[in-house]
Design a protein around this ligand. Structure first.
Ligand code: BES
Ligand code: MN
Length: 458
């Protein structure tokens, strides 16, 4: 092991508290991107990052405004032209904290319980941003950077319609790199380092079904006027057949089938039905017939109802025939599906199945393509070796059911592939109440990143 690597590893061991404190600082800023009232906090988070990146020795640090939330860019190219350049991704925005009453501590007051730090954004993904900062800091403070480093940190990942794609198109030269490091995925378990080689795309919709011009008495008018909540329920229940397949016409036409070899590989991963049963605390699993739960969540497309609203949902009773019903519906997509085609398929379904008694409106919010990343690049290999050094075992390769849209955009616009890693765990309650990060895994992650950056030039 090189002397520099050894010193950097010692540095992170001696600076765990500093890393933890940094993470707590950024987590305490409630940068909820979807909430217009938090625009000030979003700005604060971007400015916090700018300050940190400057003190991290980045030679150029800029905040680029967008029509919504700013993008933070930084670079240190001191390693020189003959060394590889890593473009490191992050998003400093977080999901809303609701339902607030289900949190055991304040979502924006980082609270340590045992080995976990609880707070919104801890695992998704401020902790991971700090892990990359801590690794770079350790390397810089003990010697010279072995690679050129660029940071691209957005504030719109958790909402549809991020401006990052346009930004990448407009700044190709500035963002030029040899590969993209995306620390926004996770690990399967604390002792299972993981490389994610596929992420699903997403088509997100809001469906509104309009009935009478206003809420009406359900006794006087029920039976004569079609209830839009009932229409909505009928429409939604028709979106799956009894084999758990999505019924939209053409939905599966472009789906790339799993090869026999990949199915075999996936079946060997230590991710069984028991894992899903336990994570969800459910009695039984559900999904598309003929596929394992892991295949259904990673390699097959799905359709989910994300939210439903109609009529009276307060305490007690109210005999009302609601004026409208609303549902949020999203499809997770796999190669080679196209999110705009899914919009057309959904529209066709509604045209064919919505009764004449109502009117409806379908709006598309997200339209993001799925991605598959090269598993054999030297950048991935550098992480395989890094994981072996940090955890003592080779990482598993898995597909992820969630989406990180930027991965496709850098593939298309910059022509580079992504190393998708991260230190969040399935039990970290991502997007839910009591989000947390497992601190021993976070520290191991910093160690893995230090190895990774050194491995890149070897
Ligand atoms: N970090 C997640 C993606 C993810 C989820 C990675 C689970 C690994 C495991 C990311 O921040 C996220 O939640 N993305 C959204 C994107 C959407 C709003 C376009 C998602 O997947 O819902
Ligand atoms: Mn994330």
């Amino acid at each position: 092991m090189s002397d520099h690597r050894q010193k950097a590893l010692e540095y992170i061991q001696g600076h765990k508290i500093q890393s933890l404190e940094k993470m707590k600082e950024i987590i305490s800023i409630p940068s909820v991107s979807t909430d217009p009232e938090r625009a000030g906090d979003i700005k604060k988070a971007a400015e916090w990052l700018k300050r940190e990146l400057i003190s991290l020795g980045m030679t150029r640090v800029e905040i680029y405004p967008t029509p919504r939330h700013p993008i933070v860019y930084a670079e240190n190219l001191s390693a020189g032209k003959d060394k590889p350049t890593a473009l490191i991704y992050g998003h400093y925005d977080v999901q809303p904290e609701d339902p607030i009453e289900e949190w055991n501590s304040d979502p924006f007051t980082p609270t340590q319980v045992g080995e976990d730090l609880f707070a919104r954004g801890a695992t998704d993904m401020k902790g991971q941003i700090i892990a990359t900062f801590s690794a770079i800091e350790a390397i810089q403070n003990t010697g010279e950077l072995p690679v050129n480093v660029k940071f691209l940190i957005e504030g719109e990942e958790e909402i549809g319609g991020s401006h990052l794609e346009g930004f990448i198109k407009d700044h190709k030269e500035m963002l030029a790199c040899d590969f993209f490091l995306n620390p926004d995925t996770g690990m399967q378990a604390p002792d299972l380092p993981t490389i994610t080689y596929a992420l699903r795309g997403i088509a997100y919709f809001e469906l509104r079904v309009q009935g009478p011009k206003q809420d009406m008495h359900s006794g006087t008018f029920g039976g004569a006027i079609h209830n839009p909540a009932q229409v909505m329920a009928d429409l939604l229940s028709g979106l799956h057949d009894d084999k758990g397949r999505v019924t939209l016409k053409g939905f599966y036409d472009k789906v790339l089938p799993l090869s026999k070899q990949e199915r075999e590989e996936l079946s060997k991963l230590p991710i069984d039905e028991e894992f899903y049963l336990e994570q969800g605390g459910v009695k039984a699993l559900w999904g598309e017939e003929g596929y394992s739960a892991l295949e259904r969540t990673g390699a097959r497309p799905t359709l989910e109802i994300n939210g439903l609203y109609s009529g009276f949902i307060g305490e007690g009773q109210k005999t009302v025939l609601p004026a409208y019903a609303m549902a949020k519906v999203s499809c997770r997509l796999v190669p080679n599906q196209d999110p705009v085609e899914v919009y057309e398929q959904f529209t066709e379904y509604l045209e064919e199945n919505a009764p004449e008694t109502v009117t409806w409106e379908l709006t598309q919010m997200s339209k993001e393509f799925p991605s598959i990343s090269d598993r054999n690049s030297k950048w991935v290999q550098a992480y395989v070796e890094a994981a072996k050094s940090a955890w003592g075992k080779a990482p598993i390769f898995k597909r992820e059911g969630g989406s990180v849209p930027v991965v496709v955009h850098v593939q298309h616009e910059l022509g580079v592939d992504s190393v998708n890693i991260g230190f969040g765990l399935p039990s970290d309650n991502m997007h839910g109440p009591n989000e947390k990060i497992h601190l021993p895994t976070f520290y191991k992650g910093i160690e893995a990143l230090v190895h990774f950056f050194f491995n890149l030039t070897q």
